[in-house]
Design a protein around this ligand. Structure first.
Ligand code: GLA
Length: 374
């Protein structure tokens, strides 16, 4: 033993950052093979992987204690740790020899607000693991692995938009995604050049029955596609809508189909306007999207509708709920000079309604997941 007094080198660590998202438009269209137009937040999660030690250990700056496992055990660990350890379990299940390691996560995406804190978590871990273990996953496999954690390990029947944008977002752009081909294309979204701002209002409305309601909407859309004899509602065009309504007969399915078909159209129209450089002109499409979610898809709640109405009354060019629904956040497109007033009007409205005070902040499109210097 000669090295008694020589210092041990610090174990090498790898760190990756992945963002949460705002969905600009295209809600509940992803699992219908349709179109979405989200962008990445400047808020995100960092995952730091340190190889070595014993077993697989997860820690979080937002949670107490550590979770250690040597095997796949989704039911035996707290929810947050499932997202951290899920990618490891799936890799091991696929025959990858995953060495012992510690993974520490630290996120500033508000939880449960519909801003995809879970996609930020899982995508940061997948990106850090890819780098630390030299997996060479590539874009498609990173996406498939991140989606599998949510769909197969956690068991949430979500549609893939959140992971796609967290991995592939481009700074300064919204990301047009075709959820059938999984092709993405960045669309310029320069709010500042247009003299505009996008405000996010976190209504802090408690999510009501969100998991069951989400699954019910998805099942309803799949049932409607079966009745209409198409692979997915993506295959129903706006011109087919009247015929589709007649064939469906039932009010609930008619409303779901009308929402999805018109929402896909609104996404395409929004992309056209943004590509033409007319940011202000997308406002009415955002507001129409909200009306469709409220009246046809029935996924809004009073606090969310009140925030949309207050923003519009305060001068927003357009406003809508963003994310899966039943609570969460509202976005508003505003002239820059009108932001403070708009937030005051919303806050006042919530006070009048006897609801929790909402929070408001500005967002601009940030970059997708990437490795960062430790
Ligand atoms: C949640 C899901 C997404 C998508 C949206 C609704 O965020 O995770 O896959 O379905 O709801 O557009």
């Amino acid at each position: 033993m000669t090295a008694q007094s020589s210092p041990q080198p610090a174990p090498a660590s790898t760190r990756a950052l992945a963002p949460g998202r705002v969905n600009l438009i295209g809600e509940h269209t992803d699992y219908n093979d349709g179109f979405v137009l989200p962008f990445a937040l400047g808020l995100g999660c960092t995952a730091t992987v340190v190889l070595g030690g014993e077993g697989w250990v997860a820690t979080s700056a937002q949670q107490d204690g550590e979770v250690a496992t040597t095997t796949c055990a989704p039911s035996a660990v707290p929810g947050w740790a499932t997202y951290v350890l899920g990618p490891i379990w799936l890799l091991a299940d696929r025959g990858v020899d995953v060495p012992p390691m510690r993974i520490h996560v630290d996120s500033n995406v508000p939880l449960g607000a519909g801003l995809s804190s879970s996609a930020a978590l899982v995508c940061s871990v997948v990106t850090a693991l890819d780098e630390a273990l030299s997996l060479g996953l590539g874009a498609e496999e990173s996406l498939a692995l991140s989606r599998a954690v949510e769909n197969d390990v956690v068991g949430a029947p979500t549609g893939g938009m959140d992971q796609l944008v967290s991995l592939r977002a481009v700074e300064g752009h919204a990301l047009f995604c075709d959820m059938r081909s999984l092709e993405t294309s960045p669309v310029p979204f320069d709010l500042e050049a247009a003299g505009l701002a996008m405000v996010v209002i976190d209504t802090r409305a408690p999510h009501r029955h969100v998991d069951g309601e989400y699954a019910e909407r998805r099942a309803g859309c799949e049932e409607a596609a079966r009745v209409l004899g198409v692979p997915a509602l993506r295959d129903v065009g706006a011109d087919d809508l009247d015929t589709a309504m007649e064939r469906l007969g039932e009010d609930r399915l008619q409303r779901y189909v009308r929402h999805v078909v018109t929402e896909n159209d609104r996404v395409l129209a929004t992309v056209d306007l943004l590509r033409g450089g007319d940011v202000a002109a997308i406002g009415p499409l955002l507001t129409a999207s909200h009306a469709s979610m409220r009246d046809d898809f029935a996924i809004s709640v009073p606090e969310v509708d009140a925030a949309v109405d207050a923003l519009l009354e305060a001068g927003a060019l357009g406003a809508r709920m963003t994310g899966g629904g039943f609570g969460g956040c509202v976005i508003g497109l505003l002239p820059r000079a009108g932001v403070e007033h708009a937030i005051e009007v919303v806050t006042q409205r919530f006070g009048d309604g006897g609801w929790q005070e909402p929070t408001g902040f500005l967002v601009t499109p940030g970059p997708g997941a990437h490795v960062v210097p430790d």
